[in-house]
Design a protein around this ligand. Structure first.
Ligand code: ATP
Length: 224
């Protein structure tokens, strides 16, 4: 099915996003359809996180959310932090039992997930004893374990090396129908996403298929 015939996951029509008196994004319109992978790029403060949070709020029940600040529980293991992505699928009693001693079902699922994130050796380590990149992969694991159809990630691989970052992003792509990411690395955005939305000065500067984005357009985004 061509993308245009697929259902819209997000439809924004001339929306403005603000914090108190500060307008971050003004009169922005965009549609993101099922099956698309979209990267938001633009300078720091352009409003990428603000737009992602808004998109998340529109589809809260369908979104796996990977925020910029991972918000992991430091004294708990990678296992327990990743398990938190699936808390809503089980009863409080089941979750408590699993906290005391990992249960067979989630244990097998999270061991497999940890393997795909190259975290098998760290699965039962406290996250405050892991490196920044390992912690970021735990946060990705927690988002993947939400098992949703839409993935929204705010700089989800900023702390891992380029090769591992591409592997993580391809894992995310395999497991979700629709992806929206804020990425600082524009080359990575072009490699991984089919569509690029450039934000600057409170507006959408361009919204194009990756193959049509020029280096001049990207450079202009970051010029003062
Ligand atoms: N919770 C908040 N309350 C008030 N202002 C905020 C809040 N969050 C962000 N802002 C402001 O909104 C603007 C856009 O911030 P946002 O975090 O969306 O940008 P960004 O493009 O994601 O930046 P970065 O690339 O640095 O993460 C900035 O001027 C920021 O100071």
């Amino acid at each position: 099915m061509p993308n245009k015939a697929k259902p819209a996951m997000f439809e924004l029509h001339k929306i403005s996003l603000k914090y108190r008196e500060q307008t971050v994004l003004k009169d922005a319109s965009l549609t993101i359809r099922q099956g698309e992978s979209v990267a938001l790029v633009g300078p720091s403060g352009a409003g990428k996180s603000t737009l992602l949070k808004h998109l998340r709020s529109l589809q809260a029940a369908k979104v796996a959310w990977c925020p910029q600040h991972a918000g992991l529980v430091p004294m708990l293991s990678a296992y327990h932090n990743m398990y938190m992505g699936g808390l809503g699928r089980h009863s409080a009693l089941y979750n408590l039992a699993n906290l005391l001693r990992p249960l067979a079902g989630p244990k097998a699922e999270l061991q497999a997930l940890a393997q795909s994130l190259a975290l098998d050796a760290e699965l039962y380590s406290r996250v405050d004893e892991l490196s920044g990149g390992q912690q970021q992969r735990v946060a990705i694991g927690r988002a993947l374990y939400q098992q949703q159809t839409i993935f929204i990630g705010d700089e989800p691989v900023s702390a891992v090396d380029a090769i591992q970052a591409d592997k993580m992003l391809s894992l995310i792509s395999q497991r979700h129908q629709t992806i929206v990411l804020a990425l600082h690395d524009t080359q990575q955005a072009l490699r991984v996403c089919q569509r690029i939305i450039g934000l600057k000065d409170g507006a959408i500067a361009f919204d194009l298929p990756s193959a049509q984005v020029t280096s001049e357009q990207l450079a202009a985004l970051y010029q003062a």
